[in-house]
Design a protein around this ligand. Sequence first.
Ligand code: SAH
Length: 349
Amino acid sequence: MTPETNALIDKLAEQHSLTEAEYIHLIETRDADAQALLAGLAREAADAVYGKTVFIRGLIEISNICKNDCLYCGIRRGNADCVRYRLSPEQILSCVDEGYTLGFRTFVMQGGEDGWFTDDILCELIQTIKTRYPDCAVTLSLGERGRDSFARLRKAGADRYLLRHETADAAHYGKLHPEKMSLAYRMECLSDLKALGYQVGCGFMVGSPHQTMAHIAKDLKFIERFRPDMCGIGPFIPHKDTPFRAEPAGSADLTCFLLSVVRLIHPRLLLPATTALGSVTEGGRERGILSGANVIMPNLSPVAVRDKYMLYNNKLSSGPEAAQNLKDLRTCMEKIGYEIVIDRGDSRQ
Ligand code: SAH
């Protein structure tokens, strides 16, 4: 590690901010020593806020039907080989019941942009969950909707919304998405969600096609400014039936490095060690936690549909990734000194 890199890490830990040029320099000159130093500082920062605990969220993948055609995503509309499914509200509620018994106190309903899930249907579902389990948080991750829709869902009781910005560079955004989507609208959704009182999650893929270090620096500056409650960062992984099938997967090392950077930017952030990180490398989730992450989102979807929500090749959904095997996940975390807690896991502001 050069003295300059060392100084940048110190500056980030103290001031929670670097310039774009400094972020680029930090990323480009990183080596194993820099990565270890940064991870140690990030872990200290997370421990100071959350202690040696990891929050869990039960992830329910409610539908893989999607009207969008994002070039990286395995459930894009253009993928004719994707076997489509949609859970009924009853099926979703039984996942929630099972999850509650297992110890989950946050439920994340994620899916493609499936028009069947109208505001009426979602509002009723959210109200039912909140009435049945008033001690639980409901998180939605259902893509772009209008402000009125976000407002209705919030009023019905939704607490949080995850909508990754995907990239903070408009030209790069254009290379990852069909023409009719825009970064401007994505950003509008994110600011609407915040204004409506949601706890909001943004985020991006590491190593997405055409991504440069300058793009990542822009992502980091956006995260500094936007001050999200949560931030999802995982490696891009190609899916065989998408235009990006031949692109290389993103690096687990760089993903962990960026988890540490983002932890130092916002020490109170809820930061998941993502399924993609766990899928791309053995022990990925553990490395994510040791780099500063403090959330894991095991899969609570019905077993019969789990292999159909294939955003990318070889996506993990069994073993400790399955909510039913929470005991194994708990053991994995204990081995690295962390405890999974039964808690809504709100961000400590
Ligand atoms: N339709 C919702 C949920 C999308 S899936 C939405 O638009 O927000 C959740 C996240 O998975 C996406 O935001 C994207 O960043 C990630 N993802 C999709 N395809 C991926 C791939 N091939 N590799 C890694 N992550 C991917």
